[in-house]
Each structure stands twice: as C-alpha cells, then as structure tokens.
Design a protein around this ligand. Structure first.
Ligand SMILES: Nc1ncnc2c1ncn2[C@@H]1O[C@H](COP(=O)(O)OP(=O)(O)OP(=O)(O)O)[C@@H](O)[C@H]1O
Length: 252
C-alpha cells in the first residue's frame, strides 16, 4: 500500500510519504505528524484543513523545507527534502517554492515592484517581464508598484505577495492562511486569483486554511486530524466542506 502510494505520489508536484514529525522527546514529546501520506497534484489547488493542532502548519513546513521531519519522505518533484542540508534547503525554498503568508511578509524598505522581484534577484534569475506585467495587471497593482508596503492596504499588500510568489513560476506555491488578515472582499479576490493561476498558468497551489469558504475555492480539500489524513473532499463547496468538518468533529 505504502509503495503504491509512493509510486503514485511521484506524479505529484509535492508529496508526503509516511511523514512523521515529533517535537521534543520523552514525556513532553508531541507527535505532530503521525504517518502522513498524501500527494498534491500538479496544476491543482489543494486546501489543507483540520482542527487546531492537527498538524497543518507542520505538514506545510516539512513539505516546504522550513522544518525537518523525524522520518518519512517530503518530496518536491524528485527531491526528498528530509535528506538535504540546510544550504540545499535554502536554495530549494528560494528557487523552487513560492510562499504566501497570512501577514504578507513584505520588506518595508522596498517598493512593491522590488518586493515582487526580490526572490528572482536572490536566485540570480531574470524576471519574465511579460508574466510580471500580466500578473500585476490582473492583480490590479500596476499603479501601486512604486509604493512601499506601508502605503498599501492589506488587500494590496497581499496581492503584491501573490505576485512575488507567482512571478518566478515556482513548482509549488504554499499559502498559509492567505486570507486570515483580509476582509471578505479582499480575501475573495486573492482566492479567485490563486484559482485562476492554477487554471491559466498551470500553477500548483497548496493552502492551509481554517475557513471553509476559502477552502471552497480549491479543487480538493485534504483534512487532517491528530497528525493524520482524516479525509478528503473533491470539488469542494462551502456545504460539503462544512459537513466534512462537522463529521470530523463528531468522530473525535
Ligand atoms: N515548535 C514546536 N514545539 C513543540 N510542539 C509543537 C511545535 N510546533 C507545533 N507543535 C505541536 O504540534 C502539533 C501540531 O501543530 P501545528 O501548528 O502543525 O497544528 P495546526 O493544525 O497548524 O494548528 P493551528 O490550526 O492552530 O495553526 C500541536 O500539538 C502543536 O502544539
């Protein structure tokens, strides 16, 4: 079974194979991931949901090379991130992964345009100017490119962060509660945009969220509970996600 999953998952952009993460040791050890096997298909938008403490952030951090797993595999393309040095992980994060955080994480001293281009600059790559123009226009931030983050609204800052994640055409974009600090309208704009990037650019997007309405923008929802995969919803709607979360809570 495990071997079968592993073979299937190599077709995925990102996959966890029997991934275990234990924080601490002895009596205080916490098994944050307890054997997670899941693949995230290329050019799909997947949401990860589950109760607080179920391991969502830990899973994302292990798959993004931000944290190291205790055992199992965290596969990005053919690379097992659990076996790489810090130096290689830094390079992988810089060159192969796009990040969108709840708190935007833009550099305050740089303009919006400089923030968007920074990951490419750090990687010593040139921006695809056509893609840059297309994305910044679609995101409605063309007139804001020379502004610093403090001169932008929260929604605008997050749209800059979305452009920063997408312009390098990463193998996967990880979004951690990307709408957590936004009003519902700005949040919907960001989610629609992420969904369009999957449809139009073939981008792979994996998003952690608490919000069933946000998860309903995804193609698929993976549910975690107690560090394990506890279910999935394909082509989710607000109703089907809410129902799955209620079923999860009832089974605990
Ligand atoms: N650095 C750490 N040291 C010790 N325990 C940790 C650490 N990080 C997370 N944990 C524990 O691991 C478990 C999973 O945490 P994680 O943050 O992945 O859950 P989550 O589903 O993202 O939660 P939330 O929805 O509240 O953000 C929790 O029991 C948490 O307390």
């Amino acid at each position: 079974m495990q071997t079968q999953m592993a073979a299937q998952d190599t077709l995925a952009a990102v996959a966890a194979v029997d991934l275990v993460k234990v924080y601490g040791s002895g009596d205080t050890a916490v098994r944050a991931l307890d054997g997670v096997t899941v693949g995230f298909t290329r050019a799909q938008f997947t949401a990860i949901m589950g109760p607080s403490g179920s391991g969502k952030s830990t899973l994302m951090h292990c798959l993004a090379g931000l944290d190291t797993a205790t055992s199992g595999q965290a596969l990005l393309g053919g690379t097992d991130l659990t076996r790489q040095s810090d130096r290689v992980l830094t390079k992988v994060r810089r060159e192969r992964i796009g990040f969108i955080f709840q708190s935007f994480n833009l550099l305050p001293q740089l303009t919006a345009e400089q923030n968007i281009l920074l990951p490419l600059e750090l990687a010593g790559r040139k921006a695809d100017r056509k893609l840059f123009d297309h994305l910044t226009e679609s995101l409605g931030i063309t007139a804001r490119l020379s502004h610093r983050p403090s001169e932008l609204s929260g929604g605008q800052q997050q749209r800059v962060a979305v452009a920063r994640a997408l312009v390098p055409r990463p193998e996967v974009v990880f979004a951690d509660e990307p709408t957590g600090n936004l009003d519902s309208r700005s949040g919907a704009e960001v989610l629609l945009f992420l969904r369009n990037s999957v449809r139009e650019l073939g981008q792979t997007v994996v998003m952690v969220t608490h919000d069933p309405a946000a998860a309903a923008y995804a193609d698929r929802v993976v549910m975690l509970a107690d560090g394990r995969v506890a279910g999935e919803v394909e082509r989710p709607s607000l109703a089907s996600v809410t129902e799955a979360l209620q079923a999860l809570a009832a089974n605990r």
